[in-house]
Design a protein around this ligand. Structure first.
Ligand code: GLC
Length: 451
């Protein structure tokens, strides 16, 4: 190829190749982003908290949509709301004990009710029997317990008079005709709602000190006939505002800005199976998961994940280089119910003993084979490899190809030495000796110090 042709080809590549052409809203470098997100990547484990008026209905946070309720019909929950057991210090202590390093609370969910004292609405906790700013107390308590603090804020709003109809709005679930949309949209003005959004986000990011995470939810304009996204929320401007108000903040990816490289800091695979998490390896992600099927408190929902399933989600997230944010839906009285408490207690027990294999960890270098019945995590700073023993191999574990790579081996839970030796002459395998009796953890962890 002559030089002119080469130049032309390069210019063409620069314009077409997505790696080069991806648009930017700001001008942060990859290294700067990595630095900004360091605490979050090291933390690996957070607590999501979905709490609002739907906690009273106790049958899913989408109850207003599911049952096509009007504002008037939903008003009984506002009048009834009286969280007499609300003690965010208890929440924070439970999160901390379970090994969670940050939390994200729904300051407003799709129902539109605000747990914070907003100047721009009367539909807020201060006007209920709670009679105070609950977000303020949450922020204070979690900070005092040493956790990072995050806000979830719903872009959708099923209460606001200017918020237009779309295919998930409670009021158009029965009659989906054009005529009904037109009738209900009369007098509604999304431009005014967009301003409301900006005003409230400004309040949240100025009145509560440093906020570590902002979780904006969600956009579904692509492919849906009546979805909402970037243009409806004014996403680019909103994100610029967020970054201006809180330069260090970490923002999720649900503003509908996928065409921008910096349109969100992390991906948010929701309720995916642990097998699916492999797809996200190498990306910055946080999988959000419930204990049962619902985010808001759901009294009669009984498909709660087992301790093993929860551990699997945590370990698998880290073994693919991502975070897990696990949701609790407190009751309308403001407490975690016994099922959530039991689940958190079991996690506390495991994390107390094994958290070294979670914090600061990521996926293992590719030259380490995953031993049968296990998953690997790896701390690149200390160069320790963690083998999570899903199927406890009584007596022996063969580590294929590990020969010459390992200096020391022990259980993480009690730092008790595990002896190992080359398996035989030239295979390059190691034979690790394990006790017959499985240590008292659902998934015990072996730590290898690498050479
Ligand atoms: C979804 C749901 C919502 C939940 C969220 C958490 O977008 O609409 O109820 O809060 O996911 O990821």
């Amino acid at each position: 190829m002559n030089r002119r042709l080469l130049l032309l080809a390069t210019m063409l590549m620069l314009t077409v190749s997505p790696a080069f052409a991806q648009k930017m809203i700001g001008n942060e470098t990859d290294a700067e982003k990595q630095k900004r997100m360091e605490w979050w990547s090291d933390a690996r484990f957070g607590m999501f908290i979905h709490w609002g008026l739907y906690s009273l209905a106790a049958r899913h946070e989408w109850v207003k949509h599911n049952e096509h309720l009007t504002n008037e019909e939903y008003q009984k929950y506002f009048q009834q709301f009286d969280p007499d057991h609300f003690d965010p210090h208890k929440w924070a202590r439970a999160a901390k004990a379970a090994g969670m390093k940050y939390a994200v609370l729904t300051t407003k969910h799709h129902e539109g009710f605000c747990l914070f004292d907003s100047k721009y609405t009367d539909y807020k906790a201060t006007n209920t029997k709670a009679n105070r700013d609950l977000v303020k107390e949450y922020v204070q308590a979690f900070r005092e317990e040493g956790l990072k603090v995050g806000f979830y804020y719903s872009l959708l709003d099923w209460h606001h008079p200017d918020y237009t109809m779309d295919d998930v709005h409670p009021l158009v679930q029965v009659d989906t005709s054009e005529a009904n949309y037109r009738r209900l949209n009369k007098g509604r003005d999304m431009a005014k709602y967009r301003q409301y959004l900006r005003n409230q986000v400004t309040e949240l990011l100025t009145n509560y000190g440093k906020i570590d995470v902002l979780w904006l939810d969600w956009s579904w304009d692509k492919g849906a006939k009546r979805g909402k996204g970037e243009d409806d929320w004014g996403s680019v401007e909103l994100l610029k505002l967020v970054r201006k108000l809180q330069p260090g903040i970490i923002v999720n990816n649900r503003l509908g800005l996928d065409e921008y490289k910096d349109g969100g800091d992390f991906q948010t695979p929701e309720q995916v199976s642990s097998a699916e998490l492999a797809k996200y390896r190498g990306k910055t992600f946080e999988t959000c998961q419930t204990f049962s099927g619902s985010w808001g408190y759901y009294r009669d929902e009984n498909t709660w994940k087992t301790h093993r399933q929860l551990l699997d989600l945590l370990i698998t997230s880290v073994s693919n280089g991502g975070n897990l944010i696990l949701n609790v839906g407190p009751t309308a009285r403001g407490e975690f119910d016994y099922r959530a408490t039991n689940a958190l207690d079991s996690l506390s027990y495991w994390m107390h003993a094994n958290s070294k294999a979670i914090y600061d960890c990521t996926y293992a270098p590719s030259n380490f084979q995953v031993p049968e019945g296990s998953k690997l995590t790896y701390n690149p700073t200390t160069r320790r490899l963690y083998i999570h023993l899903y199927d406890y191999p009584k007596g022996k574990l063969i580590l294929r190809g590990y020969g010459g790579k390992v200096k020391y081996a022990q259980f993480v839970n009690d730092s008790s030495e595990l002896l190992f030796k080359p398996s035989d002459a030239n295979t390059g395998d190691l034979l690790l000796t394990l006790p017959e009796k499985k240590p008292p953890y659902e998934i015990p962890v072996v730590e290898l110090t690498l050479d």
